[in-house]
Write a protein that binds this ligand. Structure first.
Ligand code: NAI
Ligand code: MG
Length: 331
């Protein structure tokens, strides 16, 4: 297995080494291919990602990615959007599940749901026009894109509680009527029970009744926003992992960004990045390693080894090291 490892910028340079220490502790045959992308590279070379980088990524089986900082340049093409499109990783999977010893923003831990976010179109189509007094962003919703994300959500629901919630704003956005109708048809065909919610009332409901949900399927921007919000239910943006999955490739990254406010201090929470390793193991079909990583994270957090934003005093490195050491004792 060939894995591209991209630290990126800011706290990406801190959380990815911690996740790699955990990956190494699993003792698997994995060839790691380091790759530099992002703001720092853009400042140095004028390009945040090159065609050659894309070729290298395509030669790997999957990618472990930290975060990148967005440069202040209106013509800048997003690294992440480029990769997601090039690798056609259309399903962005964001599990929201409580962790041991941590109380999230609402104090409850009776929820366990997954946000399945369409990852290649919607508001992030990249079709934009900037003028002095008016700007346009084209929101693209296709039947093909909606169908494949709905099929992914239904497949996942069947492995879980067999319930899908379709999140949209079709009362205002005509483009979402196509998304909603397509998702309904797919769920009917797959025999998966479903309901649908408008995104604004869904945001409210995820705070007041998160236990009601199993698999949530939605468009690109809505999924982006709801997943950061849902990370607060778990307890920190530093705890939420994600997987970008396509037919051929997979790309694992924490939900958070480069966190410039804490970068360089060694205090970023590496748990989201470490749980990306768990998701990678699931994708590879190595369920034993996936469970081991999750158990190790829960064991370490339960013992109070956690970063300052959770009220702990441990450094990024200490958390990563403690998780890796626990895994070695179980091996
Ligand atoms: P952010 O996710 O980087 O940070 C938001 C807040 O969460 C900050 O207070 C930060 O300190 C905290 N936080 C984030 N990760 C954390 C961690 N591991 N441990 C503890 N606290 C953590 O979002 P922000 O500040 O809006 O964006 C910063 C930069 O990152 C921007 O340039 C943005 O474009 C980029 N970005 C990149 C993403 C990616 O590469 N996937 C995703 C989101 C933003
Ligand atoms: Mg985001």
């Amino acid at each position: 297995m060939k894995l591209a490892v991209i630290e990126g910028d800011g706290v990406g340079k801190e959380v990815i080494p911690a996740a790699v220490e955990v990956l190494d502790a699993l003792g698997l045959e994995i060839e790691k291919v380091p790759l530099e992308l992002g703001y720092d590279k853009w400042e140095r070379t004028g390009a945040a990602i090159t065609d050659e980088d894309i070729d290298i990524l395509k030669e790997c089986d999957c990618v472990l990615f930290g975060a990148v900082t967005t440069p202040p340049d209106p013509n800048y093409k997003s690294v992440l959007l480029t990769i997601r499109k090039e690798l056609d990783v259309y399903a962005n999977i964001r599990p929201i599940k409580p962790l041991a010893g941590i109380k999230g923003a609402t104090g409850r831990n009776d929820f366990d749901f997954v946000i399945v976010r369409e990852n290649t179109e919607g508001m992030y189509s990249g079709i934009e026009e900037l003028h002095d007094d008016v700007s346009y962003t084209t929101r693209v919703i296709t039947r093909k894109g909606s169908k494949r994300i709905a099929e992914y959500a239904c497949k996942l629901a069947k492995q879980r509680q067999n319930r899908v919630t379709i999140v949209h704003k079709s009362n205002v956005l005509k483009s979402d009527k196509l998304f909603l109708d397509t998702c309904r048809n797919v769920a009917d065909d797959a025999n998966v029970p479903y309901n649908d919610m408008l995104v604004d009332s869904m945001a409210y409901s995820l705070i007041t009744s998160p236990q009601k949900y199993d698999v949530i399927v939605t468009t690109n921007l809505f999924g982006d926003i709801l997943s950061d919000m849902s990370a607060a239910l778990v307890g920190s943006l530093g705890l939420a992992p994600s997987a970008n999955i396509g037919e051929k490739y997979a790309f694992f990254e924490p939900v958070h960004g480069s966190a410039p406010d804490i970068a360089g201090k060694g205090i970023a929470n590496p748990v989201a990045a470490i749980l990306c390793v768990k998701m990678m193991m699931e994708w590879l079909g190595d369920i034993k390693s996936a469970s081991l990583v999750e158990d190790a994270v829960n064991h370490v957090l339960q013992r109070g080894i956690m970063t300052p934003e959770l009220g702990g005093t441990s450094a990024t490195k200490d958390v990563g090291h403690a998780v890796a050491e626990y895994i070695k004792t179980q091996g």
